[in-house]
Design a protein around this ligand. Structure first.
Ligand code: ZN
Length: 251
């Protein structure tokens, strides 16, 4: 059930028995010479919608622009400043909580969203802890990144090993190829190997990123991406996240 295709009476009825909602969150940012700008919201949204079907949980519209300042050296990227992003997430949580949603499950497709999403959760919790009269004290939030789910991560390592890389990964591009086979951009055979690095340690500003990672990839061999492996990884992520989501919304 998708919030965007529901009416308010349907949502009111849903809330009689269910207080869980899934929110896909991604980014619009460069994904190397062959990856879609929408990669992160495309993967998160498709996984979220399938998880919603499997758990009978309502799925909110995707948040398609995230915190991606470091990718602004590449045309097409759109970013929210960290403070703006945090405010957006807090306002989504506050709005949903106000209607009675008490378990808000964010499925994330973009590493740059992790830190500000956790900060946003703490901003929301602080407003509850400091002002208990807001009556939103029972709302809890959880963030999962599809690629760091333990079983999915192990499967990705099995399939691609080191070639998966750390940005514009073979696995995320493979999933988008599975979801949008008519839009695949083939990687040239003579593509230079990507520079390696760690997004957790090596990310500063957009100029520095482009200087060090000239075509946008970090460590990924995108020639290995293919729709068949994308389907396998997608299905694994859906199974693993649906199970986790189910236990969270019942917790
Ligand atoms: Zn990505």
């Amino acid at each position: 059930m998708l919030l965007g295709l529901s009416t308010w009476p349907e949502v009111e009825h849903y809330l009689d028995d269910n207080t869980g909602i899934i929110v896909p969150v991604g980014s619009t940012e460069q994904h190397g010479p062959t990856g879609f700008l929408g990669t992160d919201f495309i993967t998160a949204t498709a996984i979220a919608e399938k998880c919603g079907e499997q758990t009978n949980c309502l799925v909110a519209p995707p948040i398609t622009v995230g915190m991606a300042q470091h990718h602004m050296g590449f045309p097409g990227t759109i970013t929210l400043r960290p403070g703006t992003y945090i405010n957006v997430i807090v306002d989504w949580i506050t709005s949903l909580s106000k209607h009675g949603f008490q378990r808000i499950y964010f499925i994330n497709g973009h590493g740059g969203n992790i830190a500000p999403t956790i900060t946003a959760f703490n901003e929301f919790y602080a407003s509850v802890s400091l002002h208990p009269e807001t009556k939103q004290s029972s709302t809890l939030c959880k963030l999962v990144n599809w690629w760091t789910m333990p079983g999915t991560d192990a499967l990705i390592k099995d399939i691609f090993g080191e070639a998966d890389g750390a940005h514009a990964t073979a696995s995320e591009i493979a999933i988008t190829q599975y979801l949008h086979p008519d839009s695949i951009k083939p990687a040239p055979d003579d593509l230079e190997p990507a520079k390696t690095g760690s997004p957790a340690l090596d990310i500063h500003n957009a100029y520095d990123f482009r200087r060090r990672f000239a075509d946008g990839r970090i460590g990924s061999d995108v020639r290995k991406a293919n729709p068949k492996d994308g389907e396998i990884i997608f299905n694994k992520a859906v199974r693993e996240i649906a199970e986790d989501c189910s236990s969270f919304i019942r917790s």
